[in-house]
Structure formats: structure tokens, C-alpha cells
Write a protein that binds this ligand. Structure first.
Ligand code: NAD
Length: 496
């Protein structure tokens, strides 16, 4: 019996108004039907937004430390259910079990971090320029947040948005990706079981063009928090612009590892393999470019390919698997198309480049770990996000050239350098215009208490995680209290 899952509105699990449903299948084996999910419409979104708007006054009035208690309880529940949730995630999304556990762990960490924030939510007190006057600033909640998330971190990313929104006193409507609705349902169930009041969090599953667009358009949604592709992010921003709706966008990347001639080469290869092929390269921070000093280029390439060739590709549920499937047929086609483009542009396929379609692979979406060598910085494969297990190796002859190549893309999410020279490492730290930078490790592996996000076409100036995310989900209010008993004009109004 294949389970059928519902939307969550005002504390109730309900079918879509139309009763339409869509299927969700395991990308490692499409014979495995994970479940049926509500294929919702703008009408369902309207109901969820109204529920969130009705719940807002009471939720914002609930003291922040008490709101934090709900998050602590949610974190505890996620801890208890971690293994089952991770298994569900691997089944619907494909990432290997070890990585799925990490995805759930991010949500647990974020629950506890933001629960603690309930006792801080620091504002500032500052002196006034006038006597007998007191100044301070406080954060205020904004209202209903429309949360739109991708499939590649199906629990971590909703948690990065919903926990800070809740601690700030906002209420939420979540619209997860159609490829990973079960992980979103598992997340919302944990919040429900932690006793979060009805209407504070709501979930609507369905297509981006229907549910996502309706959420962005709804005039009772005050904030849109979006993570996904740069193309969709641009659409979201365009729709938010006329009414100046607050929106934070976390989008694509074209991340780079620079490997200098003094690098510890084995360490760099370890990092490159993990950074390029972890989650089958389907991470926004995936290491998709290796810019390698010409003195060590051949040696690195040979060892990188040897290690990538030996990766065990398969169903992420199996303990020995190191790289799982691609999320769906469309994404597989898109990656294979990029591989064709790379060949036509004159790059050399040094490893892989083909779909895996025989034997155990025949019912899933698999591609060989692929390495292009002789890649020129201006080739499209070196400029555009591929979002698959495809690494491009470029050569450079100095730190300066490496930095120029590394910065020479329209994205600015994550970068790293391998060198044993602290001086050169710090020059790269200073010069790279990315939101995240690593020394002697790959471009993936962010921790939740540091700001996460990127520059240029990766973001629109906000950061998620850490304290920085509170700026997305709250507005500042500056407060002046005059206890002098007379009109005191501010310095700008005295005219001297
Ligand atoms: P996507 O843009 O196709 O979809 C993201 C979400 O937006 C989904 O829930 C989708 O249904 C919804 N959506 C689609 N069209 C919409 C519309 N017109 N209006 C509103 N919502 C709509 O992205 P994806 O394929 O799910 O995810 C992969 C992308 O996400 C990659 O580009 C990756 O780099 C990016 N990503 C970025 C970060 C980051 O923090 N920077 C993290 C993870 C993934």
C-alpha cells in the first residue's frame, strides 16, 4: 500500500482542494514509489497564508524564550527520529545515507542554535546625543513568511529558514521542492509533535509554477525566503519588486578550489574528490572548478582521476556507496547536455562523461564521475553551474592568475585554496569575492553558526544561518525615550 500524504494547514493534515496528487519516486530505482503528495493550487496557498496570518498575533505575543522552548522540543524529536528521517531522505532524494544523516543533523543543530537565540535576540542600547534621553534598537517580527526550498538539502534548508523565522515571531508557509516532499513532511511533523500552535507553520506541496508562484504573489506574505536556481530566483525578485516585498535569495554557485604548487597534494585530491562528487555534485557549494598550478597540474589530475574512478556509485542506501544518483531525468539530461557542450568547446574528457544505464543502474538516474581537463576559463562549462558530478580542471601559473580565474565568474558562493604558505593563503582570503572561503579544505562543509550565502548572482545581499539570518526574518526598530520633560530638538534640528 503506497502512502498518501497531505498538506498541513492550521494544524490539520488536509488534501488539496482539487484532490489532485503527484507521485514521488526513488531516483536510484524508479520502480520504488515513495508516496503520493498533494498537487496543490493557489487556492490551497490562500488557505495556508490565511491560517499563518491568523496565527501571527498570538505567536508574536508569545515571549521569545517560550518560542525557543518549542524549537528545543523540535530538535529533540528530530534527534530521536534521525535515522528514519535520513532513510526517507535517501530514498526520495538519492544522497548517500551518511550525507542524509548530516542533512538532518543540520536541522537539529539549527533548532538548538535558534532556540538559544530566543533568550538573546540582541538589540543595542547606545548613548543619546541629548541629556535625559535613552536610545535602543530592538528586532520586531514581520508577519507571514513564504518559504520556498530546493531538493538538494531537503531538511537542512527548510530548517535554516523556518527556525529563525519562528524565533523572530513570524509564521510560515513552506513550499518544498516536488522531488522531496516527504522530508518536508517529516520536518513539519516534528514541529507539530513539539506542540507548535496551529497555523504557525503550514505546508503546501505542489509545483513551483503553481504553489511557489502563488506564495510569492500573495499580498499577505510579507517575506519570501527562497533557495534554488538563479533563474527562478530572478523571477521571484522581479515579482517582489513592484510592492517592495522583502525577499532573500540563495542561488547557484560555480565554486572553485585553487591548488598551488606548494600544496599538500594528497590532501588537495581528498578535498577535490569530496567537494566535486559529494551529493553527486548537486550542492550549491560543490567544487566544480579546480584551478591547479601548472607545476603540479599533471600529477594532481592523474591522482584526482584515479580516486574518482574508484568511487563506488549506486543506491545511497547501501553502506558501501560513495556517490548516489542524480535527482531526476531532467537533471540527468541537463548534465549530459553540459558534458556535450564541454566536448564541443574543446575540453578533454579525462574521466567518465557517460550515463550509467546497465545492470543495477538501469532503473535509476546515474552518471559516471566526470573530469574535464584542458578547460579554458571562458568556456561555458567553466562559467555556468552544472549541478552534477562534473569537475573541470584548469591550469594557472601563479597565485594572482588563480585568483583572477577563480573570481572570473558571475557567481560568488564558495572558494578554497590548498597551500602550505600562510602568506599566500591570506592574500586569497582577502582577494576572493565569495561569501564563503576555506583554506586547505574543499568548498563544502559550512557550519550553521557562521553566515551562509554568496555574492554576485548567488544572492541578493542577505545571509542565512548564524545571527545574520535574523536580519532576514525581522525588522529593526530604533526607539528614543525622552525623560527630560521638555521638547529637546535633535542636533540636526538645532541648526548650529
Ligand atoms: P529551482 O529554482 O528549480 O527550484 C527551487 C524551488 O523553487 C522549488 O521548490 C521549486 O518548486 C520552486 N519554484 C520553481 N519555479 C518557481 C516559480 N516560478 N515561483 C516560485 N517558486 C518556484 O531549483 P532546484 O533545482 O530545486 O535547486 C537547485 C538549485 O538550487 C541550484 O541552482 C543550487 O545552486 C541552488 N541552491 C542554492 C543554495 C544556496 O544556499 N545558495 C543551496 C541549495 C541549492
Amino acid at each position: 500500500m503506497v502512502p498518501s500524504y497531505k498538506n498541513f494547514i492550521a494544524g490539520q493534515w488536509v488534501d488539496a482542494v482539487s484532490h489532485a496528487r503527484f507521485e514521488n519516486r526513488n531516483p536510484a530505482d524508479t520502480r520504488d514509489l515513495v508516496g503520493f503528495f498533494a498537487d496543490s493550487s493557489a487556492e490551497d496557498v490562500g488557505r495556508a497564508v490565511r491560517a499563518a496570518a491568523q496565527a501571527f498575533p498570538a505567536w508574536r505575543a508569545c515571549p521569545a524564550p517560550l518560542r525557543g522552548e518549542f524549537l528545543y522540543r523540535t530538535g529533540e524529536i528530530l534527534k530521536q527520529r534521525k535515522e528514519q528521517i535520513a532513510r526517507d531522505m535517501t530514498r526520495e532524494m538519492g544522497k548517500i545515507l551518511l550525507e542524509a544523516r548530516g542533512d538532518v543533523q543540520e536541522a537539529i543543530d539549527m533548532a538548538f542554535w535558534m532556540a538559544g537565540e530566543g533568550r538573546r535576540l540582541y538589540g543595542k542600547t547606545t548613548p543619546s546625543e541629548l541629556p535625559n534621553k535613552f536610545n535602543m534598537s530592538v528586532r520586531m517580527p514581520v508577519g507571514v513568511c513564504g518559504i520556498i526550498t530546493p531538493w538538494n538539502f531537503p531538511m537542512a534548508i527548510p530548517s535554516w529558514k523556518i527556525f529563525p523565522a519562528l524565533i523572530c515571531g513570524d509564521t510560515c508557509v513552506l513550499k518544498p521542492a516536488t522531488d522531496t516532499p516527504l522530508s518536508a513532511i517529516n520536518f513539519i511533523k516534528a514541529l507539530e509533535d513539539a506542540g507548535v500552535p496551529p497555523g504557525v507553520v503550514n505546508l503546501i506541496t505542489g509545483k513551483g509554477a503553481d504553489v511557489g508562484a502563488a506564495l510569492v504573489d500573495h499580498d499577505q506574505v510579507q517575506i519570501v525566503s527562497f533557495t534554488g536556481s538563479t533563474a527562478t530566483g530572478r523571477e521571484v525578485a522581479t515579482k517582489c519588486a513592484p510592492s517592495f516585498k522583502k525577499h532573500n535569495l540563495e542561488m547557484g554557485g560555480k565554486n572553485v578550489i585553487m591548488i598551488l604548487d606548494d600544496a599538500e597534494l594528497n590532501l588537495a585530491v581528498d578535498g577535490a574528490v569530496w567537494g566535486a562528487f559529494g551529493t553527486s555534485g548537486q550542492r550549491c557549494t560543490a567544487s566544480s572548478r579546480m584551478v591547479v598550478h601548472k607545476k603540479v597540474y599533471r600529477e594532481f589530475l592523474k591522482e584526482f582521476a584515479r580516486r574518482a574512478r574508484n568511487l563506488s556509485v549506486g543506491n545511497g542506501m547501501k553502506p558501501r556507496t560513495e556517490m548516489g544518483p542524480i535527482i531526476n531525468q531532467k537533471q540527468k539530461d541537463s548534465i549530459l547536455n553540459w558534458i556535450d557542450i564541454g566536448k564541443k568547446e574543446g575540453a578533454t574528457i579525462y574521466l567518465g562523461g557517460r550515463p550509467l544505464e546497465k545492470g543495477n543502474y538501469r532503473h535509476g538516474f546515474f552518471i559516471e564521475p566526470t573530469i574535464f581537463s584542458d578547460v579554458h576559463p571562458q568556456m561555458q562549462i567553466a562559467q555556468e553551474e552544472i549541478f552534477g558530478p562534473v569537475a573541470n580542471v584548469l591550469s594557472c601559473s601563479s597565485l594572482e592568475e588563480a585568483i583572477e580565474i577563480a573570481n572570473g565568474v558571475r557567481y560568488g558562493l564558495s572558494a578554497s585554496i590548498y597551500t602550505r604558505d600562510v602568506n599566500r593563503a591570506f592574500v586569497a582570503v582577502r582577494e576572493m569575492y565569495t561569501g564563503i572561503f576555506y583554506v586547505n579544505s574543499p568548498t563544502i562543509g559550512a557550519e550553521i553558526h557562521l553566515p551562509f550565502g554568496g555574492t554576485k548572482n548567488t544572492g541578493n545581499g542577505h545571509r542565512e544561518a548564524a545571527e545574520a539570518t535574523l536580519d532576514v526574518f525581522s525588522e529593526w526598530k530604533a526607539i528614543y525615550i525622552d525623560y527630560s520633560g521638555r521638547l529637546q530638538r535633535a542636533q540636526i534640528d538645532v541648526g548650529e
